[in-house]
Design a protein around this ligand. Structure first.
Ligand code: ZN
Length: 535
């Protein structure tokens, strides 16, 4: 009791010290405080070792709490309180300490009580629902979700008079290749769900809380081929819709992921372990040999890279960016990809697959299914950049990672990544950062691949053209890369919005040179890859 009182006095002292003593001019702005807290938030979630330390979490929480406490009427106060709740919710999931759950609920409830006009109201309510759902307090969870939808109604009433319904399963899509099937459940709203796998026969069921389904969704779908045998949809009770997927193979691996914009739950079923980097048996043999014998190991293949998937951006009804001379990104990306395929086949003796070889539309969910099903070693996405600034030009290569700068965020948004909605700014990125953590080694490989390709492309293009700008290697969280489980890069081959580069990109000699230069980088990467494998 005594200790608590002292802590309170101390913290009060700090509030006064911070709030009153410095002159107004010396005070950091709310925005500066918020951005600083965000930076620490990202640092925490980008490091699995930091996430193991409770005190690191508490430090970030303190930063957000400070904003709500000292600037309760500022524009960032509700967001900070909401993020505090989010951090406590994650902290509880990690360490299972009850007081963290209590604090999470308190923070979300605080958003609702203290900031009734906040656009985070229904999200806060949903998080309360999520927490209650996880503790199996279905009654309280349903109440929270109902409130959430009521809040949404009042918030959106100004723009949309139609009554909002609770979440609904609206459609089921399936993408399937040999040994790999992806089922995508599209939902009208974000909703809480739990997934569980059962044996004999192998199947996974997913319960969606407070969710119904459209009459157009069949209650039983049988699949003739692929890794899913059938899918069943049923109302489990008044508020829960259950989806059951029966596996075609008893030992299949599976993964359930929620994705946003539009909200959907993705079930991946694979013969090979999903998310694991493919092992190269040929190279493993070489490695063993090398350790026994000091002479250079015999290399049968030209390279350890056996399968490469090239992904020409956009296509069909999605033209991508369009230049001032009406040149479409989708046509350029396809032309480069086709040439690149030819080059790689010739120089690497590898199997090269295009995600599309004609002007067809591919769902983003489908592009990486192709890469995953072929167990590809590399995933190369080809795009053409665009900017409101007509003078912007140059070549840049991205590797998968959370975006860091505003420019990168804009690029990612254009390439179909970012969801804005009503969610907190930091929460929007959280999912991507967390999924990224699972594949740190893949990121390192991607960085090397991106550097090799960027260097070779710049050098190659400068041989025959002037004014080639090196925009460098950058990180991005492109959705199209994120789902892939192999080293992945995205090459922005120039700016279609720049007249000079738009003209150049139409020339077949330029496209050929571009493909050759990109291929050189990939070949170089594959050589260092061999060295690393032989060590
Ligand atoms: Zn693009």
């Amino acid at each position: 009791m005594y200790i608590q009182k002292r802590v309170l006095t101390l913290s009060l002292f700090f509030v006064f010290a911070l709030g009153l003593l410095p002159s107004q001019a010396a005070q950091p702005s709310v925005e500066a405080l918020y951005q600083d807290a965000r930076r620490h938030f990202y640092a925490l979630f980008s490091s699995s070792s930091m996430m193991k330390e409770r005190k690191k979490w508490k430090r970030v929480i303190k930063q957000f709490e400070r904003i709500t406490k000292t600037r309760p009427k500022s524009s960032r106060a509700d967001d900070s309180l909401y993020t505090t709740g989010l951090l406590y919710e994650r902290l509880y999931a990690k360490f299972g300490i009850k007081s963290d759950k209590k604090n999470a609920l308190k923070s979300f409830q605080g958003v609702i009580n203290r900031y009734p006009k906040s656009n985070l109201l229904d999200e806060a309510q949903k998080h309360i629902g999520d927490i209650r759902f996880k503790e199996r307090d279905i009654k309280k969870a349903v109440r929270a979700f109902k409130k959430a939808s009521k809040n949404r109604k009042s918030v959106s009433a100004k723009v949309d008079k139609r009554p909002q319904k609770l979440a609904r399963l609206t459609s089921v899509k399936r993408y399937s290749r040999d040994g790999y099937t992806r089922l995508v459940l599209h939902l009208s709203n974000r909703t809480a769900y739990r997934a569980h796998r059962l044996k004999n026969p192998a199947r996974v069921f997913i319960d969606f809380l407070d969710t119904g389904f459209s009459p157009s969704v069949p209650q039983l779908i049988r699949y003739k081929n692929g890794m899913a045998k059938s899918l069943r949809v049923a109302k489990n009770n008044a508020s829960v819709t259950r989806v059951v997927v029966d596996f075609a193979e008893q030992k299949a691996f599976h993964k359930v992921t929620a994705l946003y914009n539009p909200y959907r739950v993705v079930i991946d079923i694979g013969r090979n372990n999903i998310g694991k980097i493919a092992k190269h048996s040929a190279n493993l043999k070489v490695k063993k040999h090398a350790s026994l014998n000091s002479s250079p190991p015999p290399i049968k293949r030209k390279s350890g890279i056996r399968t490469i998937v090239i992904d020409p951006g956009h296509g069909g009804k999605d033209p991508g960016a369009i230049g001032p001379g009406r040149v479409k990104e989708k046509d350029i990306t396809l032309a480069i990809a086709k040439k690149l395929k030819k080059e790689l086949k010739k120089r690497l003796n590898a199997r090269v697959i295009l995600t599309r070889s004609s002007d067809t539309f591919l769902e983003l969910d489908e592009r990486t299914v192709i890469a995953n099903s072929f167990n590809a070693d590399l995933f190369i996405s080809i795009h053409v950049n665009a900017s409101r600034n007509r003078r912007a030009h140059g070549i840049e290569t991205y590797f998968l990672s959370p975006a860091r700068s505003k420019d990168e965020l804009e690029t990612a948004a254009r390439e179909n990544m970012i969801s804005a909605n009503n969610r907190s700014e930091v929460e929007n990125d959280l999912t991507y950062i967390l999924s990224d953590l699972e594949n740190t080694s893949k990121v390192n490989d991607s960085v090397q691949l991106a550097s090799a390709v960027q260097r070779s492309t710049i050098n190659g293009m400068r041989k025959s053209h002037s004014g080639i700008k090196d925009k460098g290697v950058k990180q991005a969280m492109f959705y199209v890369l994120w789902r892939a489980t192999m080293p992945s890069i995205l090459v922005e081959t120039g700016f279609i919005t720049n007249r000079t580069e738009e003209k150049r990109l139409q020339r077949s000699s330029y496209i050929k040179q571009m493909a050759k230069s990109i291929a050189t980088g990939i070949v170089k990467y594959s050589r260092t890859y061999m060295v690393a494998q032989n060590r």
